[in-house]
Every structure is written in C-alpha cells, then in structure tokens.
Design a protein around this ligand. Structure first.
Ligand code: HEC
Length: 447
C-alpha cells in the first residue's frame, strides 16, 4: 500500500486527534459485528452438524434461526463489516504516515480475508434458506420430516452446504487475526515493533488480543441471540416451551463458560501493557472493562439459574459496553504511542501550509524599500511635504516603537495643521520594520 503513503498528506494536530475518534467509532462498529458474525456462524455450523448426527429437527431449526439472526442481510455486512474496515485502512494510513510501518498493507490483507469470509458466509446463508428441506420450516413450526427428506439432507446438502460456512469461518478468522496483529503492534508502537509479518502474527500480544476477541465473540453472540429473540423481536418468535428453554439454556451457559475467561485475559492484558503507558486513563479503562464484564456475568447468572430472561437486554448492553471500553482503551494507547509522530506530521503540515500560502518564499522584509514606495511621496526627514518632517515628529516616539507601529498601522488625526494621513495598508511585520527603520534613521540624522 505504498501508493497510499504517497497520496496521504501530513495532517494538522487537530485533524490527527479527530482521526483517533473516528477510529474508535469504526472499531466500535466493526469489532462487535465481526464478533457476532463469527460466533453466530460457528454456532450455526455446530448445530447444523448435530442435527443430522443426532437426527434432531430442533437443532436444524436452531441452526437456521441463529444464522439468520446474526447475518441479518447483505446490507449489514457492507455497512458494519466491509466499509468500516476499509475506512480504517485510510485512517491508519494518515495516523501512521511516515512511520515506516506496514500497518496499511497488513490491514488491507485483513480486509481481503474478511471480505472473502463474509462472502462465503452469506452464500452459506443463501443456500441454507434456499434449501428444499428447510422450506418446511414455515411459521416457526417444527417441521415434519419425511424419511426421504432426511436421507436427502444427510447425503447432499449436509455435506456441501456447510462447506461454504467452514470456508467463511477460516477466512474470517485469518482476517481477524491479522487485524488483532495490527492493533497489538499499533498499541505498543513506541515499545515494540514486530520484525516481520510472522513475528507479528505469533507474538504473545497478538495471540492475547485474538483470545480476547474470541471470548468476546462467544459471549456477545450468546447475549445478542437472547436479546434478539426474547426482547427485540419478541412478537416474531412465538416459540414453544421446549425450544424456548433450549435456547435460553444453551446461550446463557455458553455466556457463562466464556465470560469467566475474559477477566483473566484482561488481567493478563494489563500485565502486558508497558508500565510507562499504564497511567491514568488507560488504567481506569481497564478497571471499567473489568467491572462491566462482572456486571454482565452476574446478570447472566439470573438468566441461567433464575430464568429471568427479561435481563437479556441488560446482559447484552453491559457486554457491548465492556467491548466498547476495550476498544477505546486500545485506541487511547495508540494515540499516546503515536504522539511524537503526530508532532512530526503536524510540523510538516504547517510547513506545507506555509508554502501553499507563499509565506515560505517571502524574503527578508526590506524596510527602506517599503518606505520609498509607501511613505516617501509625503514624507522627508528634514523637510515638510504633505506630511510633517520626520525629524520634527519622531522625538515623541523615541523608545516607543509599539506606539509608532500602532500609528503607522492605523493613523489617527494629530496635528490640525495637516490633513489626516491615509492608512498605508501595511502588514504587521512590515509596519514594525518600517517603524524600526524610521527610528534608526532618526537616531542617525538628528546628530
Ligand atoms: C498621502 C500622504 C502620506 C503618506 C503616503 C504617508 N503619510 Fe505619514 N503623514 C501624513 C500627514 C498628512 C501627516 C500628519 C497627520 C496629522 O498630524 O494628523 C502624517 C503623519 C505622520 C507621522 C507623525 C504622526 C504623529 O504622531 O504626529 C508619522 C510618524 C508618519 N506620518 C509616518 C508615515 C509612514 C511610516 C508612512 C509610510 C508607511 C507614511 N507616513 C505615509 C501623510 C502621509
């Protein structure tokens, strides 16, 4: 992506700050989407398999419901996945401009993998819903399967269909892995840089980010499915008790199993953050993430053991919030780590701006020349012309450069014997130079 580096202009300090806010926004959209699509498709594939190894129709329905819930429609993939990731490339190209890092090309690779993965997944979804057998699943009724249907399912589609799903998952995970690598390297920018792509991918920090991502993926997906079925789209799903119980149990259990991993991983993450960077904001955010996760875990406990399914929006909300705080914390780390590069870029920006304005070409101000052009028509030092002789009026300005500058920039009426002096229209630095010139000449000539 070197061509990007050539296209990018250095940015002002304000603009660079804004870019960090934009990347928080992009990651807040992108990361949860990737979490849910990955977790959901894995879940769907698992139950799709189970449905024919165990001959259980409910599993098939569950696989289909989950897939539909997490993938919503093609537009979501574009708006929440592909576009934010692409924009992130452009944003990082500006933030890391002139740093000799390969983040933009790595991100582009991640973008390719994620896009191909998503394409496979949406093909999986399409073929799934087109599948003849599933036509029976209408009106959310558990379908009656004929022996033939089941045979067909086992032989053909059961083998071909999930293949798209598996391909999708593999590409998606590789894409996410690279993304984790870039974020790990960027948030440790000043302390550690991987020497190669491979060392970035297999560094402890990258693997930790990936693990945190995967845990969040399972946890957020479970919370989202419960939230979607039992709160958001309550009316759409009038489901019977056994299916209901199954969904609640499956999701709240998975939530529990993976959510208890998160605090441990987060503590390890705090441990890995260089001590120098672990100040103020960053530490506070670590605490906030931990607290939010713990709140979500305890709320989920009520769903799992007390059947309080109306807590599902809260569980989802707190899980989402903790993921958001995690993303924000990483972006703060990146912002702190790139502070010195931001200074370099904004200095460069100022230089370019000055050149554009033509200030760079301006030579030293020639006061004598300005005086000849702008003043000499009305003034002489020892003779009165249109205006008074300088030797007469300058004594009162001795040692009062600022007052003289002020008069030259904005002449006021002084002596009724003269007409008023028109404004010569000098720039501040020109006026100052001329004023100095006048006072210098005056010192020389008064002797
Ligand atoms: C169009 C004619 C004209 C030009 C051009 C002009 N002046 Fe004057 N200047 C005057 C007149 C008339 C006065 C007297 C104004 C008054 O006493 O109210 C004056 C007054 C002054 C005074 C005395 C102010 C005081 O406090 O008594 C200074 C100093 C002066 N001019 C400097 C300059 C300089 C420097 C320039 C060029 C950048 C300049 N003038 C250009 C007409 C001119």
């Amino acid at each position: 992506m070197e061509f990007l580096d050539k296209l990018v202009l250095p940015q002002s300090a304000e603009h660079l700050n804004l870019l960090h806010y934009i990347s928080i926004l992009l990651l807040t959209i992108l990361i949860p989407y990737l979490c849910i699509i990955l977790g959901g498709v894995l879940l769907s594939l698992k139950y799709f398999r189970k449905s024919y190894t165990k001959n259980e129709v409910m599993f098939l329905r569950y696989a289909k419901d989950v897939l539909q819930i997490v993938s919503v429609n093609n537009f979501t993939a574009l708006a929440l996945g592909i576009l934010p990731l692409f924009t992130l490339i452009l944003v990082y190209a500006q933030i890391f401009h002139k740093t000799n890092t390969l983040y933009t090309s790595d991100l582009f690779l991640s973008f390719l993998f994620v896009t191909i993965g998503i394409l496979f997944i949406y093909t999986f979804r399409l073929t799934f819903s087109l599948d003849l057998i599933l036509k029976n699943i209408d009106n959310n009724q558990i379908p009656e399967f004929s022996v033939e249907d089941l045979k067909k399912l086992k032989s053909s589609s059961a083998k071909i269909l999930p293949r798209y799903g598996y391909f999708g998952i593999v590409f998606l995970i590789v894409g996410i892995w690279i993304l984790c690598g870039v974020l790990a390297a960027a948030s440790n920018f000043t302390h550690w840089q991987p020497s190669s792509f491979i060392s970035m991918i297999f560094s402890i920090k990258t693997l930790l980010y990936l693990l945190i991502f995967l845990s969040f993926s399972f946890v957020l997906t479970s919370a989202y499915i419960l939230f979607y079925i039992f709160f958001w789209n309550k009316e759409k799903y009038n489901i019977d008790n056994s299916y209901r119980e199954f969904i609640i149990n499956d999701n709240s259990k998975r939530f529990y199993n993976y959510s208890i991993l998160i605090p441990l991983l987060l503590l390890f993450d705090i441990y890995l953050i260089p001590k120098l960077n672990l100040s103020g904001n960053v530490f506070t955010f670590s605490l906030i993430i931990l607290i939010l996760v713990l709140i979500a875990i305890s709320l989920n406990y009520y769903i799992l053991h007390k059947n309080k399914i109306n807590y599902s929006p809260l569980v989802f909300f707190f899980t989402f919030l903790s993921l958001f705080s995690f993303v924000t914390q990483k972006e703060i780390l990146i912002q702190n780590a790139t502070e010195s590069n931001a200074l370099v870029l904004s200095a460069e920006y100022d230089k370019i701006l000055a050149e554009l304005k033509g200030a760079g070409k301006e030579t030293v101000i020639n006061a004598a020349e300005i005086y000849q052009v702008k003043c000499a028509a009305c003034h002489q030092f020892d003779k009165k012309l249109v205006g008074p002789a300088h030797l007469e009026v300058l004594p009162k300005y001795e040692g009062k450069l600022n007052q003289l500058v002020a008069f030259i920039r904005n002449p006021v009426k002084v002596n009724p014997a003269y007409p008023p002096m028109p404004n010569p229209g000098l720039k501040p630095n020109e006026a100052e130079a001329v004023a100095k010139y006048l006072l210098d000449e005056y010192q020389k000539q008064k002797k």
